[in-house]
Design a protein around this ligand. Structure first.
Ligand code: HEM
Length: 505
């Protein structure tokens, strides 16, 4: 009996030490290379927020950033058990994302696919692909959203803008002047994306007030699942084999089946002559299929555009409206810029919309404050030397990851005095590109892997703001705290109830 207990205890000890050694195996990694290290916790690494509830990755990074930023260009950290370099100096971030891109070509998300052959569409997105495959996917997906094509497709956004105002009018008549604006923003981005990508009217703006149709509901469920998957996959960094073991996936099977059916039907309708001659994303997908792409490639590209065209752009829109509702002076200034532009041309063009300076400044300021994608994580793909300052260099090995903390740069008083304040004037006179070149303004990332849909996102938000502010004054009815952690950023937590008062014309 005693020997059985002894054996059992020996086994428990061996298992305990095995797990302990596994979790702490790399903990001297940075020290051995002379790099200052943010001390890791045994199970959690540097950022407890990845594995533990009640904590947040973005806020954990903030703690490390605050502690080391004035002393070092980069600090050694551990993302769960794996060594990762946190880039504290924006100039070094620019070097990594832009100048030394060929050494940091792949993103950490590209390591999150490939273990589950049943998952069809993530691996077809540039967001999740690596190497030559990434290049091909990016070129293909990007071909449908060039400035020229967006210019031709601009009527889609214009029409959605008009439908948005009709929806607001109906909502005001039926339910009063206060409208929950997160819902409103997603109705608008659902409308633009359904029309641009699939050539359909999904009813999110044209249907009954407050009712969410199948397309929007599936899109919301799909994006909520995809963003929570991002958190699950970050957790899996502690033991990557679990991805294969549990056949982890980003998109649910049901949503994949829904979007496959939708794309097949949309292509059939277009080939039957409905919407013939339209320049939209669907016409691009059909052209690619004629050159040999499969229907699954088409769904993959459609979902690449829809993921951020619906969710991220919608999030930017309601955060921007919330900020403008709080800052009435800026709202007035923006409205007068918009009304002046509309006075000279009621049907504003794509180019004119993009040439409104204060609209651009307000969007940049809103993107800075919200930063929906708060960091870029890159995998070092070739040996490279990094200048750590103080006459120290680091030979970075392939496989090691780096994190560029855009959210932290955007909220640093050193780059943006009174960084927590909404001050669009800081982006006057093309300052956005100056900040960007200094590496401290990265709402869309930078370098060859800069956001592929930047222009689409900007177009959606700017069109909606133009239509809303030229028709309504928007007021705050109650403060909404920040606190909803998406795993990539910190969003407004709670209903965004804004009051829409019709302007006298
Ligand atoms: C205003 C809304 C948007 C914001 C704030 C945003 C932000 C970003 C950021 C920060 C990245 C870089 C991530 C990294 O460095 O790892 C990124 C990448 C990407 N975005 Fe966006 N995005 C937006 C809208 C869109 C839209 C509408 C699309 C649809 C076409 C899109 C498609 C992509 C893709 C495919 C990538 C990966 C690019 C690559 O790795 O080559 N985004 N986005």
């Amino acid at each position: 009996m005693l020997s059985i207990i002894g054996l059992f205890l020996a086994f428990v000890h061996a298992a305990f030490f095995g797990v302990y050694f596994y979790l702490t195996w790399y903990h001297k990694y940075w020290q051995k290379r002379g790099v200052t290290t943010a001390e890791p916790l045994t199970i959690f690494g540097t950022y407890p927020g990845i594995l533990a509830r009640g904590s947040s990755l973005v806020l954990d990074v903030q703690d490390v950033y605050n502690k080391y930023k004035d002393k070092h260009r980069a600090v050694g950290t551990f993302i769960t058990r794996q060594p990762q370099l946190l880039i504290l100096d924006p100039a070094l971030a620019h070097e990594i994302l832009v100048d030394k891109f060929s050494y940091f070509r792949d993103t950490i998300t590209s390591s999150f696919v490939g273990h589950n052959s049943d998952e069809k569409y993530t691996k077809r997105s540039p967001f999740f692909s690596a190497g030559e495959d990434w290049k091909r996917r990016r070129t293909e997906a990007g071909g449908g959203i060039t400035p020229n094509r967006l210019k031709q497709a601009f009527t889609i956004w214009e029409q959605s803008g008009r439908k948005l105002i009709e929806y607001i009018e109906r909502a005001r008549r039926e339910k009063g002047d206060v409208i929950e604006t997160r819902d409103l923003a997603y109705r608008f981005t659902a409308d633009t994306m359904a029309d641009f990508i699939w050539g359909i009217d999904n009813g999110s703006l044209g249907g009954k007030v407050g009712v969410v149709g199948e397309f929007q509901k599936t899109s919301s469920d799909w994006t909520v699942y995809a963003f929570s998957s991002m958190m699950r996959f970050n957790k899996s960094l502690v033991a990557p084999f679990v991805r294969r073991l549990f056949q982890m996936r980003f998109f649910t099977k049901a949503s994949e089946a829904f979007f496959l059916r939708l794309t097949q039907d949309a292509i059939k309708l277009r080939q039957g002559g409905i919407g013939e001659g339209r320049t939209d994303y669907l016409s691009h997908l059909i052209q690619l299929q004629q050159k040999g792409n499969s229907i699954h490639d088409s769904v993959g590209h459609a979902l690449t555009v829809h993921l951020d065209g619906y969710e991220t752009s919608g999030a930017v829109l309601y955060h921007m409206l919330y900020s403008l509702s709080e800052h009435r002076e800026e709202q007035e200034k923006l409205r007068s810029e918009i009304l002046d532009a509309l006075a000279s041309n009621e049907n504003i063009s794509y180019d004119q919309l993009n040439a409104l300076p204060f609209l651009d400044q307000c969007l940049n300021e809103s993107l800075r404050l919200t930063t929906p994608i708060g960091f870029s994580m890159r995998i070092c793909t070739k040996h490279v030397q990094i200048d750590l300052g103080n006459e120290k260099t680091l030979d970075l090995e392939p496989g090691i990851t780096v994190m560029v903390p855009a959210f932290q740069y955007h909220h640093d008083d050193a780059f943006y005095p009174e960084a927590s304040e909404f001050k669009p004037d800081r982006f006057e006179n093309g300052a956005a590109s100056v900040f960007n070149k200094r590496g401290c303004f990265l709402p869309f990332g930078d370098g060859p892997r800069i956001c592929l849909g930047m222009r689409v996102g900007q177009l959606s938000v700017k069109t909606a703001i133009l239509h809303i502010l030229s028709n309504y004054s928007v007021e705050q009815t109650k403060k909404v705290p920040l606190g909803a952690d998406t795993g990539l950023g910190i969003f407004l937590n709670g209903d965004v109830e804004l009051k829409y008062t019709k302007l006298r014309k």
